[in-house]
Design a protein around this ligand. Structure first.
Ligand SMILES: NC(=O)c1ccc[n+]([C@@H]2O[C@H](COP(=O)([O-])OP(=O)(O)OC[C@H]3O[C@@H](n4cnc5c(N)ncnc54)[C@H](OP(=O)(O)O)[C@@H]3O)[C@@H](O)[C@H]2O)c1
Length: 310
């Protein structure tokens, strides 16, 4: 397939791009960065590249972008300002929101205005859709929550649903993506490696995770398998409590799992953004049964072990 990749230059994109090339797809990658600053370990002549900031509406009339949109069989849209890198000031919250909602809205408006009907659009969302809870279990049929991230994901999915009529839309509500070089595990690893790691908060909050290879596997399958349609929780079958996650990480690294890291430290760093980590959410998928997708890493220990073996 000819694929247009939006938001695929980050942590997920780093594995997704080579995996898509391996499947024989032709790629056009869009980024705000210069091509030489992409952190993707593949030769630059293996894909097309456009440097465009898609969060700005005026950039959607770029001729090059329009001609690549017209040529695309599929679009993967994972654009989003990171949610756990900076303190959630009002300005940062606006950026987190705008980077997802506006770009997705501009994408759908442009496709419809230019009468472009890609066969498939894979759009990101997150398990933050459900809000946090220490006790409830959420699946694809559960209602959305009421906090900032829940409202954001709800709106993000609503604008994604403004897709062209004939395009198949697959939305992944992505869980905590695991791999050593980024995301939550990337942040916890250095502390654990020096033997000072421990659960964050009281450890009784749920972590609904997915290994990065499985997220990429799901996206790749959803592109070609026409049965994929609508919303899926991109999470491994067994969510775990933070205290179990921390113990497993310590065991895999042969390091101690020490005292809990006080939630107040995370609140200092992330402000309201700490709530997601400290309260957690237990999310399962009732749509990703084994016949739909076979997880490479269904269990946490193997997922962590695979992520930390180098
Ligand atoms: N990683 C996780 O654990 C996780 C969990 C749930 C959901 N997700 C969702 O999955 C998607 C990809 O995750 P990731 O971990 O790969 O994220 P990432 O490493 O932060 O990459 C984000 C991507 O979005 C683009 N981007 C970032 N901020 C932007 C902004 N303000 N305006 C326009 N473009 C912007 C970046 O493109 P440039 O090349 O232009 O910088 C990059 O390609 C995100 O939407 C995220 O919300 C991730």
């Amino acid at each position: 397939m000819r694929l247009l990749l939006l938001g695929c230059t980050g942590f997920v994109g780093k594995e997704l791009v080579p995996a898509l090339l391996k499947e024989g797809h032709e790629l056009c990658i869009i980024s705000r960065k210069n091509i030489n600053n992409l952190k993707i370990n593949i030769p630059l002549d293996k894909f097309k590249f456009l440097k465009i900031d898609l969060s700005k509406k005026q950039n959607w009339s770029n001729e090059n972008l329009l001609s690549n949109l017209k040529d695309s069989d599929g679009i993967i849209n994972l654009i989003g300002e990171p949610i756990a890198d900076k303190k959630w000031t009002d300005i940062q919250k606006e950026e987190i929101k705008k980077s997802r909602i506006n770009t997705t809205k501009f994408l759908m408006e442009t496709l419809k205005k230019s009468r472009i009907n890609p066969k498939v659009i894979v759009n990101g969302s997150a398990i933050g859709f459900y809000g946090t809870s220490l006790t409830q279990e959420f699946n694809e049929n559960s209602q959305s929550g009421k906090d900032f991230l829940a409202n954001l994901c709800n709106k993000w999915e609503e604008v994604a649903n403004g897709k062209p009529f004939f395009s198949r839309l697959v939305i992944f509500r992505i869980g905590i993506v695991l791999e050593a070089e980024g995301g939550a595990l990337g942040k916890m690893l250095p502390v654990f490696k020096i033997g000072l790691g421990g659960p964050i908060g009281d450890g009784n909050q749920w972590m609904s995770w997915i290994h990065r290879s499985d997220l990429c596997g799901l996206i790749i399958k959803a592109l070609v398998d026409k049965q994929f349609s609508g919303v899926y929780n991109a999470v491994a079958p067994e969510p775990v409590l933070m205290k179990y996650f921390s113990k497993t990480l310590g065991r895999c690294l042969k390091r101690p799992d020490l005292l809990p890291v006080p939630g107040s430290i995370l609140k200092l760093l992330l402000g309201d953004g700490a709530k997601l980590v400290l309260d957690g959410q237990k999310v399962i998928s009732i749509k990703l049964q084994e016949k739909v997708y076979k997880f490479k890493y269904p269990l946490l220990e193997k997922a962590i072990y695979a992520s930390t073996k180098n």
